[in-house]
Design a protein around this ligand. Structure first.
Ligand SMILES: Nc1ncnc2c1ncn2[C@@H]1O[C@H](COP(=O)(O)OP(=O)(O)OP(=O)(O)O)[C@@H](O)[C@H]1O
Length: 249
């Protein structure tokens, strides 16, 4: 059973259609990344999946009992607001302290419960948002450009945390990312979106698809090359990455 199934989805704002006949599925445990140019409808797609945007046509079918955790692109918090991480997470309601501690540990920031939200670094803040999404023990985690504003090292480390979360909880991940080299190394499947699904498949298949190259340019083939090269030196990724590399060759 798919965790979520998007069928022939179209989304329109006023007179403007931003998504046209998009279909996709996410299966248990997989990491799927959506790439696409600015304004290609990536956020609208995730928002349609969580029910925050009403489709013009088509539908989103959520598997029975499937729980979704959502990490938004941005969350504006008043910097002058004195609130600890723990209190911020309690705003979700009905959350036990043990659940907060567990979620923070899963997000890789076990010691932040008492920290002031306004004093966190960008990377720590994103992990707190990840912890917030993990509190409900989701089967599917949706991440909307969760590493925006982080430096390369910070975002690489964030994606590694996502992989760890997947390993520890078995949850699937559907994420939007602009960081092609990370996408290529961290995803089981890539969906290239530009108002419609241009192409999809393993990172290797998508990187060599003409539709993808037309959008991102031939230079992005280098993203995969970079990944392959880096992979020679880092062996701390999951086995599925080997499959991608082999598929590319
Ligand atoms: N609530 C809204 N009302 C009207 N237009 C909207 C609304 N939300 C998004 N749009 C427009 O729809 C288009 C798609 O936006 P969306 O945020 O889904 O794209 P995106 O691929 O996530 O973009 P980015 O990469 O820049 O975040 C954009 O042109 C945007 O301006």
């Amino acid at each position: 059973m798919s965790l979520v199934q998007v069928e022939d989805l179209s989304v329109r704002y006023g007179a403007r259609t931003v998504l046209s006949r998009v279909s996709l599925r996410v299966e248990p445990g997989e990491i799927v990344t959506i790439v696409g140019p600015n304004g290609s409808g990536k956020t609208s797609l995730l928002r349609a999946i969580i029910g925050a945007v009403k489709p013009l046509k088509g539908r989103v079918v959520q598997g029975s009992g499937v729980k979704i955790g959502y990490v938004p692109q941005k969350l504006h918090i008043d910097e002058t607001l004195p609130i600890t991480v723990s209190r911020f997470l309690k705003l979700l309601g009905g959350v036990a302290v043990a659940d907060i501690d567990h979620a923070l540990a899963q997000a890789g920031v076990p010691d932040l419960a008492a920290a002031q939200l306004s004093q966190l670094s960008g990377g720590q803040f994103q992990r707190v948002l990840l912890a917030r999404a993990l509190i409900g023990k989701p089967d599917l985690l949706l991440l909307d450009e969760a590493t925006q504003g982080l430096d390369q090292r910070g975002s690489a480390s964030f994606y590694q945390q996502i992989e760890t979360v997947r390993q520890n909880t078995g949850c699937a991940v559907l994420m939007i990312s602009h960081e092609l080299h990370v996408v290529m190394s961290a995803s089981d499947r890539v969906i290239c979106l530009n108002g419609h699904v241009c192409c999809e498949g393993t990172p290797a298949v998508v990187a060599s698809a003409p539709e993808y190259r037309a959008l991102f340019g031939p230079g992005t083939g280098g993203a995969l090359a970079l990944y392959r090269h880096e992979h020679d030196h880092h062996h701390d990724h999951g086995d599925h990455n080997h499959d991608h590399t082999e598929a590319a060759e």
